[in-house]
Design a protein around this ligand. Structure first.
Ligand code: IPE
Ligand code: IPE
Ligand code: MG
Length: 241
């Protein structure tokens, strides 16, 4: 019998943290850490494809990251535009479908157009879905889902967990099995609050630009050691009881 808990995670979510510290350690401006972070992401996308992971969701810019100095924010926006033009064709060739999750209203027209192009040009790819959480917050997601449900005319008595899930930003994806945070902090920072209810968490001290296949494999190995019960009891335990 296949033990599902020992399977490869279908959906991996990553808080890509530690870019600034990576740069600081090298006496470089924080921007260089973000730049290296893009390359780390491209490597991890390939590694996920190689491991038959279906969904990779990465936290690229949080609803709260607007609090950063304006030069860092504009540097990040410019970096995303550069990354799309540099890597979009390669991602397409790798069979990656790109989807953006987050509030697009607050980003520039230029960036919105780049996101639209990234999504439409990779629409038919199916090897791996790369969900880029940008201007995303878990609380934003819950509120936008509730609003969308109201607009759709859902009545209070019809609003179940399953119904609200239909309106969440990643309703098309299974909930993340494995939630990784790099950079040493042990917190969620408003990432996938709704979707991570039963995710397995792995916190790594590795700074994101240094995160590679070895660290991904270590996180997957830790995941495979976990006993996922989803609030129930394992069958053999139940028999013993
Ligand atoms: C994560 O790295 C990337 C973004 C938030 C865009 P940080 O920039 O938070 O890096 P540290 O945590 O300061 O090292
Ligand atoms: C979370 O990292 C957001 C991203 C990685 C995009 P932060 O660096 O913004 O989180 P805090 O401020 O340490 O909680
Ligand atoms: Mg950080």
């Amino acid at each position: 019998m296949t033990d599902q808990s020992k399977a490869v995670p279908r959906h991996v979510a990553i808080v890509m943290d530690g870019n600034g510290r990576w740069a600081k350690k090298r006496f470089l401006p924080r921007f260089f850490g973000h730049k290296q972070g893009v390359d780390a992401l491209v490597r991890i996308v390939q590694a996920c494809i190689d491991r038959n992971i279906e969904h990779l969701t990465v936290f690229a810019f949080s609803s709260e990251n607007w609090k950063r100095p304006s030069d860092e924010v504009s540097g990040l926006m410019g970096l995303v535009l550069a990354a799309v033009s540099r890597y979009l064709a390669r991602m397409g060739a790798m069979g990656v479908r790109i989807r953006i999750v987050g509030d697009r209203d607050a980003v520039s027209d230029k960036l919105r157009n780049a996101w639209n192009e990234a999504e439409s040009s990779t629409l038919h790819n199916s090897k791996l879905t790369l969900n880029v959480a940008f201007n995303y917050g878990g609380r934003w997601d819950i509120v936008q889902a509730a609003r969308a449900a109201l607009v759709a005319g859902v009545k209070p008595e019809e609003l179940t967990e399953a119904k609200l899930s239909e309106f969440m930003a990643m309703s098309y994806a299974p909930d993340p099995d494995l939630f990784i945070r790099t950079g040493g902090e042990v917190r969620i920072s408003n990432f996938l609050l709704w979707q991570s209810a039963y995710s397995e968490f792995v916190f790594s001290d590795c700074l994101w630009p240094d995160f590679g296949e070895a660290q991904l494999d270590a996180a997957i190995a830790a995941f495979r050691e976990r006993d996922r019960r989803f609030g129930g009891v394992k069958t053999d335990t139940a028999l013993e009881a």
